[in-house]
Write a protein that binds this ligand. Structure first.
Ligand code: ZN
Length: 63
């Protein structure tokens, strides 16, 4: 019962909703599906189009 085992099949990454442009942290599951880490920390879309983004896609204002 090692709690860390549960995290091996998912990865926390920066994500974005292509429907509204909101940026928030998502889980990428082993099957490739993307879920908001928290429903309260996502966007208001009922059927958001979620994808992962590179940090440079989010914080690209410095260059
Ligand atoms: Zn959205």
């Amino acid at each position: 019962m090692n709690p860390s085992d549960a995290d091996e099949d998912k990865e926390k990454l920066p994500g974005k909703c292509d429907s509204c442009g909101a940026v928030f942290t998502v889980w990428v599951l082993a099957d490739g599906s993307i879920r908001p880490v928290s429903p309260e920390n996502s966007c208001a879309c009922e059927e958001g189009i979620l994808r992962t983004v590179d940090k440079s896609d989010i914080f690209d204002n410095n260059e």
